[in-house]
Design a protein around this ligand. Structure first.
Ligand code: AMP
Length: 303
């Protein structure tokens, strides 16, 4: 089944303790689409400026990513500048330039309107809601955000969260949104606004997944090579939603969500091995399957 995503497409400038890159391709929708495309057909909704490389759009289209919802507008592409210290779990924003996103109002191609799985990626919550209002009866809606929107658009963000079934936040975002330090209490607070599941990304500590009746914890893969955590969260979401969309169409149960979490974690573990989308562009289904197996081995024990 198809999967619809709205989110940022960006030029990122990033510094980590292992190097520095200027103006490389990034953005929540870019990482999400690439990750999900290994598992399900993706329909992309975003905007870039005329400065965005045409070959990147061709690379996305050459995979199972439908780019008819991607607008090329007069002006410059969204830009994000950030850095990481040795604590790679925390991204520090230096600068955010919205550029073509300032006036972006998504218009969904007619063919996209019946997409069953929807991901409202990190972008202005008004754009997230605008896109969602154009989808007819989605089966499952997930949402991500970032401290920039928590601080600049708390009202619209709260409204958008109320329309989602699942939220996928990192732990500091969840604490900031809910005003609760304890992650279990914070997840319960967000669930009282509408969502039935909260997926908490905890960087090198893995993922904690909460719903009304269950709790699931998955580790992160202990990698020897980590260059740049940018995009790990969106790649996780892409693998997670991609797996759910790849199933037979029946309503996912707890074990499906758990396996989706492992696919998300497996794909995200590749993203951090290189800057930008480099590693994510060159995976094989075999790479992903063996990383999922490695995750199984990592936590298997017998009594
Ligand atoms: P993550 O997967 O959480 O590491 O997200 C990384 C991507 O988020 C980067 O490639 C940035 O271009 C993008 N980004 C950073 N700030 C924002 C923002 N305020 N709105 C939308 N996207 C953003």
């Amino acid at each position: 089944m198809s999967l619809l995503v709205v989110g940022s497409m960006a030029f990122d400038s990033i510094r980590s303790p292992f190097g520095e890159v200027e103006k490389v391709v990034g953005g929540s929708a870019t990482y999400f689409s690439l990750a999900a495309s290994y598992l399900a057909p993706v329909r992309l909704v975003s905007v870039v400026g005329t400065d965005f490389p045409a070959h990147t759009i061709r690379m996305l289209s050459a995979r199972s990513i439908d780019t008819r919802g991607l607008k090329v507008a007069d002006g410059e592409t969204f830009r994000w500048k950030g850095y990481y210290e040795y604590d790679l779990n925390t991204a520090h924003t230096v600068e955010t330039e919205l550029n073509v996103f300032r006036d972006f109002a998504p218009v969904l191609p007619e063919e996209y309107r019946d997409t069953p799985y929807v991901f409202l990626g990190n972008i202005d919550p008004r754009i997230q809601m605008d896109m969602l209002s154009q989808v007819r009866n989605p089966k499952l809606v997930a949402l991500d955000t970032m401290n920039y929107w928590i601080e600049n658009s708390p009202g619209p963000l709260r409204e958008a969260i109320g329309k989602a079934d699942i939220v996928i936040f990192n732990e500091s975002e969840l604490r900031e949104i809910s005003g609760e330090y304890n992650l279990v209490k914070a997840a319960r607070a967000v669930m009282s606004w509408g969502p039935t599941r909260v997926v908490i990304k905890r960087g090198e500590y893995g993922v904690l997944h909460l719903s009304d009746g269950a709790m699931f914890a998955a580790p992160a893969y202990p990698l020897e090579t980590i260059f740049d955590p940018t995009g790990a969260g969106d790649s996780f979401a892409g693998g997670f939603m991609g797996y759910l969309a790849s199933r037979n169409g029946s309503d996912p149960g707890e074990m499906d969500y758990r396996l989706a979490t492992m696919f998300g974690s497996a794909i995200a573990s590749f993203t951090v091995e290189a800057f930008s989308t480099e590693r994510l562009e060159n995976l094989s289904p075999g790479d992903i399957a063996s990383r999922v197996d490695a995750f199984r081995a990592l936590t298997e024990f017998r009594v």
